[in-house]
Design a protein around this ligand. Structure first.
Ligand SMILES: CC(C)(COP(=O)(O)OP(=O)(O)OC[C@H]1O[C@@H](n2cnc3c(N)ncnc32)[C@H](O)[C@@H]1OP(=O)(O)O)[C@@H](O)C(=O)NCCC(=O)NCCS
Length: 291
């Protein structure tokens, strides 16, 4: 039940600063994080593949979310996906159905654009379940905690991989995958402050760094190269959080050869948008590509 009439619009880029300010307040600065989403997700916001659903009361912006259209390549078939993210309503306006109204408007827009499915990642899935989203996550999080910095782990700075190298490997090794452009490699998820790219032979890892903590957003393993890649990750980070797909080659290698402690993830939620059902229960979209 909507309490006061919300005016919902799909925004042009010119209206973006006010929305970024809302997103930054909710997801960055009120949570002690740094770096505006304008910079973190510049690839998303500057692309024609993104739209914002914004809810206003008179001229006052109270609620917003972002949608990023993407191409999902699964063997010889391409799917048109829509990622939903940054869903927020200002605290004093919560519980009035505003987020639900924006989600419905954005979903209708995606159907009109011919998208096959939508996906989002939510810590609180209850909000979306009632709106018809289906929970299904193949993600595993591996954690290695080290209480204090281990000087013995220090090594000379190693050469890090370049974006074109990683892109080539991603393109040839990862399937299914999000079709990426180079700017997508500067996409900086929360709460990292910089990105690091590691490569050993045909294995690679894309990591975010915050202090001495590494958050591995994508890891593609080729068994023979994995000892070197793991070594590189351990020598650059004390705490490590590694995101991989359950029972992938990466997961199996890490489970067998490292002390990572594993936890199944329950974040991904999906919504088929066409009668032709998307086989989303077997899909895993890396952190690197998410909004
Ligand atoms: C999550 C958030 C966007 C909800 O906004 P809102 O405008 O209050 O949401 P709505 O009033 O439209 O509620 C939508 C549905 O979610 C439910 N819901 C809302 N907040 C909820 C909560 N914290 N826990 C469980 N259910 C919740 C509502 O009951 C409603 O379900 P119903 O239609 O069955 O009654 C808002 O609380 C927020 O901005 N939170 C901080 C940012 C955030 O965490 N965003 C989510 C990122 S995944």
């Amino acid at each position: 039940m909507v309490a006061a009439r919300l005016h919902v619009s799909l925004l042009e880029p010119a209206a973006l600063p006010a929305v970024i300010a809302l997103f930054d307040h909710e997801f960055i600065f009120s949570r002690g994080r740094t770096i505006s989403l304008a910079q973190r997700f510049s690839d998303t916001f500057s692309s024609g593949d993104c739209f914002i659903a914004a809810g206003k009361l008179e001229d006052h912006l109270v609620s917003a979310l972002a949608v990023r259209a993407f191409t999902w390549v699964d063997s010889d078939r391409e799917w048109r996906g829509a990622m939903f993210g940054l869903v927020c309503t200002k605290p004093q306006y919560r519980g009035r159905g505003y987020a639900a109204e924006l989600l419905a408007t954005a979903e209708a827009r995606c159907r009109a654009l011919g998208h096959d499915f939508a996906v989002l990642w939510a810590a609180n899935q209850a909000i979306y379940e009632g709106l018809g989203w289906i929970a299904a996550d193949r993600g595993m999080l591996g954690t290695r905690r080290i209480a204090s910095r281990n000087a013995a782990l220090e090594r000379p700075v190693m050469r890090e991989a370049t974006v074109p190298e990683i892109h080539d490997l991603h393109h040839t090794r990862v399937d299914p995958r999000v079709r990426r452009q180079f700017p997508n490699y500067w996409h900086l998820p929360l709460s990292a402050e910089r990105l690091r790219y590691f490569r050993e032979g045909n294995s690679f890892a894309i990591s975010g760094q915050l202090g001495r903590t590494g958050n591995v957003y994508e890891l593609a393993a080729c068994g023979v190269d994995m000892p070197g890649l793991w070594d590189a990750l351990c020598s650059n980070f004390d705490e490590l959080y590694v995101n991989v797909e359950c029972d992938s080659e990466s997961h199996r290698w890490l489970r067998a050869h490292t002390p990572l402690e594993w936890q199944a993830q329950a974040l991904a939620m999906w919504k088929p948008l066409r009668p032709d059902p998307a086989p989303f229960r077997r899909w895993y979209i890396p952190f690197m590509d998410r909004i």
